[in-house]
Design a protein around this ligand. Structure first.
Ligand code: ATP
Length: 228
């Protein structure tokens, strides 16, 4: 059974409709890349799943409907979101940020420090004093500390220095290999996604236009739907 299942999902911002019918499934243990050019509806799809924008159609998580649930309840069902733009509590320390997010499960401060050694080294430091890349690691760490069944990453490596991007991709590759975590990932890095993604879903103007194994995403499809 799919852990996450979307069918003909629609969503609007006031009078502006952003999603016109998005459908895809994410199976337990799978890494799915949600792709598309700018403004095609990726973030809105993530917001619809997380209860941050009102959505129509069917959104199911582990057999339960998500529609109408407030976002904190959706988080408690086991969906950990790393939102666009690295949201962390700037005035709290690294450790305080992580402890504030923690829920029971396999993820602990120690396991996180193994994944991102920089966070372990900076445990007592204020989040505001971290580099952008370290803040992004902390944002990922906060989501992992909730011990989610589904991790959603929205542009997790956008705007970061290449070296830090590599560290984050290496961590995600490790999560897939060792943890068997189910991940929905929005990113534009085709080459990096190829290392972790099992499947891809491509959105165009608020609709899913291509779904398939990541390996089947040919250069022709990338040119046609992603413009790369
Ligand atoms: P990007 O890669 O640029 O982040 P995206 O694929 O994530 O793009 P969305 O952010 O989901 O796209 O945007 C989908 C559509 O909804 C776009 O036309 C966008 O202009 C519109 N939109 C997004 N947020 C809002 C908002 N708060 N108010 C009104 N329209 C919005």
């Amino acid at each position: 059974m799919s852990l996450l299942s979307l069918d003909t999902v629609t969503a609007s911002y006031g009078a502006t409709q952003a999603l016109f019918g998005v459908g895809f499934d994410v199976a337990e243990g799978e890494v799915v890349a949600l792709m598309g050019r700018n403004g095609m509806g990726k973030t809105t799809t993530v917001k619809a799943i997380c209860g941050m924008v009102r959505a129509g159609g069917s959104l199911m998580f582990d057999g339960m409907p998500l529609a109408g649930r407030p976002s904190h309840r959706i988080a408690r069902l086991g969906i950990g979101l790393v939102p666009e733009g690295r949201r962390v509590f700037r005035d709290l320390s690294v450790e305080e940020n992580l402890r504030a997010a923690a829920r029971p499960g396999d993820w602990t401060l120690q396991r996180l420090a193994d994944l991102f050694p920089r966070l372990g080294e900076r445990r007592g430091q204020r989040a505001a004093s971290l580099s952008g890349g370290e803040q992004q690691m902390l944002a990922i760490g906060r989501a992992l500390m909730t011990n989610p069944r589904l991790l959603i990453l929205d542009e997790a490596t956008e705007g970061l220095a290449p070296i830090v991007r590599q560290e984050i991709w290496a961590a995600l590759t490790g999560l897939k290999r060792d943890g068997g975590l189910t991940i929905l990932i929005v990113d534009k890095g085709l080459r990096e996604l190829a290392r972790v993604a099992d499947r891809a879903v491509i959105l165009e103007r608020g609709r899913d236009v291509w779904t398939g194994d990541f390996d089947a995403l040919s250069p022709e499809i990338a040119v046609r739907h992603l413009g790369v």
